[in-house]
Design a protein around this ligand. Sequence first.
Ligand code: AMP
Length: 393
Amino acid sequence: MKKDVIVLNCGSSSVKFAIINAETGEAGLSGMAESLGNQDASLSYKIDGKKNTLALPEKAGHTEALNAIQSVIAQTGVVPIAIGHRVVHGGEKFKQAALVDETVLAAIEEYASMAPLHNMANLKGITTAQKAYPNLPHVAVFDTSFFQTIPKKAFVYALPMALYKEHGIRRYGFHGTSHKFILDSTAAQLNKSVEDTSIISAHLGNGCSVSAIEKGQAVDTSLGFTPLEGLVMGTRCGDLDPSLPGTLQRKLGKTAEEINDLLNKQSGLLGISELSNDCRTLEEAALNGHEGALLAIEIFCYRLAKYISGYMIAVPTLDAIVFTGGIGENSSLIRETTMGYFKHFGVAIDEQRNLDARFGNAGEISAPSSSTKVLVVPTNEEWVIAAQAAQFA
Ligand code: AMP
């Protein structure tokens, strides 16, 4: 039997969807409904490599989008066995994927206080899809689950303990499905069991995170209570002096919400470069000597190298440092600059291998003499979601 699973990722104004074969990871169909709630709501999708675009009714919302997606799926003739829903926040309750029932829905809503934009949109996606596909198992796959093995020393903030105990203020970590995929994929490449594989994985896309994984278990990660902590990202600032938001509020006469927006949407690569959040644009501009782009790339790589080196103490049996995500899989410049800081650790990359590992080519980029392997591994979060959902079919 073919194990086709519908994978849904609902955002506040978008729905990403795909049909994934849970055994092979192949995507027969993938697409996205965008600008939901606006005049120009639309749906674009790819079936077997062919692109199509549909206009949705004006101001179409999640329900209209999912109805349109359902008819696109029906045209493929595929008979899905389950629906896997990406859910951003699963708090401490969900250590793995869960079959959606009333209790699970209530918990997703409860955790919306910690990820308001994401969880409420995820919830909306689940309840709408339940109506469209009432007879299929709906499975919630959480971004946070993979990090539930992280020990207290890594997840408790140095704040009054009551804030953790009474309000759940702690590091949760995000991008869990990607780091899990990278772990499994690296283990297979190294011919080791997952339980015996130790890596530091750097997921570098618009959002960025590094995870320390010792013998198959996450032991630390750079994203925190929200996906704002840690590395420099496309538009997010990452680590900051915690007194800054208050200072900025006073100095700029802005509200807490406006400062939150500044830190999430106007900072990172975009904020430093004053040009773009897109790494490709910055690399091109840097070649032409754009000072902001040069500085943004320099800071991005320095912060990343500091995190990776810090995690070397958390992963004593390190097998490999792994790059993934749009930047990690494609930017030889970011990888070269970052790994340049590791020469005195005996870690070195091979210039040609690094240049070759782009645009879908992956593999080992370390030099034969390197004390630790450095790999590029393309991520596939949808496959993890599909595989976990298929277990409930
Ligand atoms: P993601 O969120 O994983 O889709 O990654 C998006 C990021 O990957 C953006 O900053 C892109 O500029 C970056 N990216 C994609 N392709 C390349 C490339 N060929 N070189 C450098 N960065 C790239």
